[in-house]
Write a protein that binds this ligand. Structure first.
Ligand code: ATP
Ligand code: MG
Length: 554
């Protein structure tokens, strides 16, 4: 990490070389999502990588919706994707593009290829094309339509565009090399007939370009220099290069691949997230147990924490999987100094101070964050009746239990010493009230130097506290079994991934908190206001992360 300023990842090394060799005199990157779902943490890596490179090289960053496939795309996703990218902190300024705006140019490119004898209309069915393609060990077989004349191809392609043919009846294929060891080069399909309306171009087109043809053209039109994508496209690079070369773009872009980000035991694939959403297993695309950007935001992650996480993951060509605990480490580190530490009781039990005057209230000065004085102090009401955590009282404590038990004295955080005098049980034997006496001399901050106590517990004043619902999250996936069921490919879900605590009590000041505001609740973790379900009079908090971690920075 110390060498960050000088050490370059492999993509930066390639860019440095290109700039030094004069291949490009500037850098332009892009993020090209397909608007067919919400973005997830893996996309964040791609966004921050592309945006980061543009920043680093004082270049430009394009936001481009790769909307060339009318079957799966919806405008709803366009807006959510823009919102997520902005939230992450990547800024495309006025460089927002839609691949579908280039359909005319793509068509022109196809015509150019036909005129050069580099593309032909093929009547083989999809199944036949597959059979003719050959295998890794066996060369492909040429299509019987491969030698059509330029004039014939131009007329047929024009016919495809005019809607003379049914879906699948004809395709346009690049004429490259059926014997290529790279199957992607064996006369790939570049245009297909699809009688389908497109969300942007409506009914203008009934032919649509294939990804491997469209993508390099999109990059070239925009003047992208470095088209950064994930490893599964490595074998498509020769085709990418072929397209930009044969379409005769000046100063064409180049493709560089890096490894996808995977999180161990976490569902990241868009397809699987979609299934969980559609089957109602989770509460929408932003369910806080998911790792879509919207879900992470709702869970209480900050853009800073995600940027730090992506930074720590680094960029590489080797496929690997990162522990979710590293993401948790990043959010803890980010919130630790920034957020106030408040008192909230998640499993309440009443504590009554018998010698504290009934009806009286005092407002104690409580520091917001002992490690960061700049956050100041707040006033917290204190009175005769409080709530404390149920686990902070035990009738029969084990050794080394320093919290409340009959006869023991503890400090109430930022308040007084209280000593447990008695307790009350209900018919079922559950403790319902703990009775204490307090020592007025022991007020926190008063300089009291008398006896010491070993335990400090938190509390809230019962008549003033706000009632809240608190949602505790665990991994959606059953970690023992792993993400996917080996037999049928279904997901192994953890039945306890969500625990809802309906009767929690929090400091009154938290009643003013707004959507996504986050806090440390002392001794329990970091929490935020749920942006969807919380209201002023019915607060809902999400647990972002607990305080402790097993994750160690190596
Ligand atoms: P998924 O694999 O989840 O279905 P996708 O690749 O279909 O995602 P796109 O909208 O095509 O989603 O992706 C936009 C960009 O994000 C692409 O450049 C893609 O390579 C990149 N990307 C997708 N998933 C990851 C990941 N896990 N790590 C890094 N980059 C990713
Ligand atoms: Mg994709």
């Amino acid at each position: 990490m110390e060498n960050e300023a000088v050490s370059r990842n492999f993509i930066e090394q390639e860019i440095d070389k290109d700039l030094a060799d004069g291949v490009y005199d500037h850098v332009c990157t892009r993020f090209p999502p397909e608007p067919n779902g919400y973005l997830h943490i893996g996309h964040a890596k791609s966004i921050l990588l592309n945006y980061g490179l543009a920043q680093k090289y004082h270049g430009t960053f394009n936001m481009r919706f790769d909307d060339t496939n009318p079957t799966k795309e919806r405008m709803e996703f366009v807006e959510s994707i823009k919102e997520d990218i902005r939230w992450l902190g990547a800024d495309w300024e006025d460089r927002l593009y839609f691949a579908s705006d280039y359909f005319d140019q793509m068509y022109e490119c196809a015509v150019k290829l036909i005129k050069k004898g580099k593309a032909f209309v093929c009547d083989l069915s999809a199944e036949e094309i597959r059979q003719y393609r050959g295998t890794l060990t066996e060369a492909g077989k040429k299509s019987p339509y491969r030698d059509r004349t330029v004039e014939e191809n131009l007329a047929l392609f024009e016919g495809m565009r005019k809607g003379l043919y049914q879906d699948g009846e004809k395709v346009l294929r690049a004429k490259i090399d059926m014997a290529s060891p790279n199957i992607n080069m064996r006369d790939p399909v570049i245009y297909r007939v699809a009688h389908m309306a497109h969300h942007n171009t409506g009914d203008k087109w009934c032919i649509y370009p294939m990804y491997d043809f469209a993508h390099p053209i999109e990059d070239a039109i925009e003047g992208v220099t470095h088209s950064i994508c994930t490893l599964e496209f490595e074998d498509h690079r020769p085709l990418y290069d072929w397209v930009v070369q044969e379409c005769e773009f000046d100063n064409p872009p180049r493709q560089i691949e890096f490894a996808k980000l995977y999180l161990t035991n976490v569902v990241t694939g868009k397809r699987y997230i979609k299934k969980l959403v559609e089957e109602g297993t989770v509460d929408g695309w932003d369910d806080p147990r998911l790792v879509s950007i919207a879900a992470l935001r709702r869970r209480g992650f900050t853009p800073e924490s995600i940027r730090k996480f992506i930074d720590m993951c680094g960029v590489s060509k080797a496929q690997s999987s990162v522990d979710y605990a590293m993401l948790e480490y990043c959010i803890r580190e980010d919130l630790k100094m920034k957020r106030p530490r408040m008192m909230a009781v998640l499993h309440p039990i009443r504590l009554i101070i018998d010698n504290y005057p009934e009806g009286e209230v005092e407002y104690l000065d409580v520091p917001n964050n002992l490690e960061n004085e700049a956050l100041g102090t707040r006033k917290v009401p204190f009175c005769r009746e409080l709530y404390i955590e149920r686990e902070d009282f035990l009738e029969n404590p084990p050794k080394k239990y320093f919290r409340l038990f009959p006869g023991n004295e503890v400090r109430l955080m930022s308040a007084y010493f209280v000593k447990c005098e008695s307790f009350v049980k209900d018919e079922a034997g559950n403790v319902t009230e703990v009775h204490c006496t307090y020592d007025p001399e022991t007020k926190s901050g008063s300089g009291f130097a008398g006896r010491k106590v070993k335990g400090t517990i938190h509390w809230v004043a019962a008549p003033y506290a706000k009632k809240a619902q608190v949602r505790l999250y665990e991994n959606l996936v059953d970690e023992e079994k792993g993400v996917y069921n080996k037999e049928d490919g279904s997901l192994n879900l953890n039945p306890n991934s969500l625990t809802v605590l309906k009767e929690c009590y929090v400091e009154p000041e938290l009643g003013e908190a707004k959507a996504c505001d986050s806090f440390q609740f002392v001794r329990t973790g970091y929490f935020c206001i749920d942006a969807k379900d919380s209201a002023k009079d019915s607060l809902v908090f999400n647990r972002i992360v607990s305080l402790k971690s097993s994750f160690k920075l190596s």
